[in-house]
Design a protein around this ligand. Structure first.
Ligand code: SPD
Length: 278
């Protein structure tokens, strides 16, 4: 089979993967959801023809979105994940024995269904009894959350287009700040510094206006546009982001306390985007 799946990452940049099988492709109320069997990276989940995750590199993204925040938050009992219907962040959160309740606010229930059936290694923890799945708009869900309801909020947003734009807005981060308990920590995926410098600058500026501690860190996710991926982290109270004190159970494949520290060290061109850290 010589079928190639292509993501038009920008108008001048494409990712091409040889595809051995179209496992499922369907249109939900919100988007086209597809799972392909690729020759290079195993199964790939695409939403509207954009890579969301692949079996080969998902661990980098999910461990690095989850463990930095979980490991530095004062407490990590109540966790909210906005987006992330594939379940990768839920899996990593559930590795923390401190966790009592995980709310997953995912817009599209069909994404959850497709991932449960075709990506069990990623979606397997969605059935954990601590997990409560809320299908609906994450922005609206967060707006209705009582003050201080969560210790950790993780924003596993798709790219900032269409319905996902609200997950990068000032209003949304203000609600997240309000919904965090004292000592609480938020982490959000904030795209690639080569391709989305303005977005990183804007989100970091918004976070600095609302949180006393803000940081940016990075990891390499080969199938994401530009491969160098950033995550923004913010704490409700002054906090040393460099000191992880809570570890996930079992072995990780990417995150370690040493990688945590290294990831917060920014190459000069990325540091220039954010200015001096708070
Ligand atoms: N361009 C890729 C951005 C994807 C961010 N979210 C991925 C969801 C994986 N849980």
């Amino acid at each position: 089979m010589n079928l190639w799946w292509t993501e038009e990452q920008t108008s001048a940049l494409r990712l091409g993967l040889r595809c051995e099988d179209v496992v499922e492709r369907r249109r939900s109320a919100y988007q086209e959801i597809a799972v392909y069997q690729t020759a290079q990276y195993g199964r790939l989940l695409a939403l509207d023809d954009m890579v969301m995750t692949t079996e080969a590199d998902e661990f980098v993204y999910h461990e690095m979105l989850v463990h930095p925040a979980m490991s530095v938050a004062r407490e990590a009992r109540r966790v909210l994940i906005v987006g992330g219907g594939d379940g990768g962040c839920v899996r990593e959160v559930c590795r923390h024995t401190s966790v009592e309740r995980v709310v997953l606010a995912e817009l599209d229930g069909d994404v959850i269904d497709v991932c449960r059936r075709h990506l069990p290694a990623i979606a397997g923890a969605l059935g954990d009894p601590r997990v409560e799945i809320r299908v609906g708009d994450g922005v609206a869900y967060l707006a209705g959350v009582p003050d201080g309801a969560f210790d950790v909020i993780l924003i596993d947003a798709p790219d900032p287009l269409g319905p996902a734009e609200g997950l990068f807005s000032e209003r949304f981060y203000a609600d997240a700040a309000r919904a965090l308990a004292p000592g609480g920590v938020l982490a959000a995926q904030t795209e690639c510094p080569f391709l989305h410098a303005d977005l990183i600058r804007r989100v970091q500026g918004t976070l600095r206006a609302q949180f006393p501690t803000v940081g940016l860190y990075w990891a390499v996710v080969p199938t994401y546009p530009g491969a160098m991926w950033t995550f923004s982290i913010a704490a409700k109270e002054p906090l040393d982001l460099q000191s992880p004190h809570r570890l996930p159970a079992g072995a990780t494949r990417y995150w370690t306390p040493a990688v945590h520290g290294a990831a917060l060290v920014l190459p000069q061109f990325v540091q220039a985007l954010v200015g001096d850290s708070k």
